[in-house]
Design a protein around this ligand. Structure first.
Ligand SMILES: Nc1ncnc2c1ncn2[C@@H]1O[C@H](COP(=O)(O)OP(=O)(O)OP(=O)(O)O)[C@@H](O)[C@H]1O
Ligand SMILES: [Mg+2]
Length: 245
């Protein structure tokens, strides 16, 4: 059963539970991500956003539930096989290989996505075109980039894997406003190109101000609120996020 008609969800997660030993951090959460759509995942610190994302992409095992990627059950697959099938994560905290150059980070992404060696230079050129800021520093070590440049590199490396579903954990965190804008522009463009995106984001104004179609508020590992962004006011979402304080 594959989603060849483009109508079903690209990612369909049902009853996802993730625990650290006896501590259950995510309780039976279900969500669907559709092509050409951004779903925002919000919630206070410790609500379980990162844990859920890591369960979906296979960095953490799920204790219950199923993850379908384009109709295929990937729940038991390791993270790298999910990447090869089109499910990629941009982890919290600007994760890049600091000792490698910008180019070599991107090449790792291309390899993770199964891009053939013969196509590598073309794909790199496309990534530099999309992110000129990375093209300019392609020979620099990632460690020598600014925080904003590292976040762009983390996103570009994820894109290099050719995902259809992208999970992005707090990409704007700690960035200068100019980079926050670049990150949101990049994610909007990817949505317009048909990716299904799950975006963890603290900037509720940005989330409701146009970038996300749907919003899910997580509270103590459970869905506290879920609606189309157009139906929600910033105060409703903020109230839901902070109601448990
Ligand atoms: N490696 C871990 N071992 C044990 N408990 C953990 C671990 N990582 C997270 N937790 C706990 O799981 C719960 C959910 O944490 P998680 O990091 O998923 O929240 P979050 O919503 O991403 O928070 P933040 O907004 O701070 O990033 C918290 O109670 C946290 O303390
Ligand atoms: Mg987190």
């Amino acid at each position: 059963m594959t989603n060849t008609t483009g109508t079903g969800p690209l990612l369909d997660a049902t009853g996802i539970r993730v625990a650290y030993g006896d501590l259950v951090a995510v309780w039976e959460v279900s969500l669907r991500l559709h092509a050409g759509s951004i779903t925002a995942l919000v919630g206070r610190n410790g609500a379980g956003k990162t844990t859920l994302i890591n369960g979906l992409c296979g960095l953490l095992p799920v204790k219950a539930g199923t993850v379908l990627l384009d109709g295929r059950d990937v729940t038991a697959l390791p993270a790298w096989s999910r990447v090869a099938l089109g499910l990629t994560v941009v982890q919290e905290g600007k994760r890049v290989f600091r000792e490698l150059t910008v180019r070599d980070n991107l090449v790792l992404g291309l390899r993770g996505g199964g891009v053939k060696r013969a196509d590598r230079e073309d794909e790199l050129a496309r990534l530099y075109e999309r992110f000129p800021i990375l093209g300019e520093c392609r020979r620099q070590r990632a460690a020598d980039l600014s925080g904003g440049q590292q976040q762009m590199l983390a996103i570009a490396t994820a894109l290099a894997t050719k995902p259809r579903v992208l999970l992005v954990d707090e990409p704007s965190s700690g960035l200068a406003p100019v980079f926050v804008d670049l990150v949101f522009e990049a994610l909007s463009a990817l949505r317009d190109e048909g990716l299904a995106i799950l975006l963890v984001e603290q900037l509720v104004d940005e989330v409701l101000g146009g970038i996300a179609e749907e919003v899910i508020v997580l509270e103590r590992g459970r869905v506290a609120l879920r609606d189309r962004a157009a139906n929600l006011a910033v105060e409703d979402v903020a109230a839901s996020i902070y109601s448990s304080l």
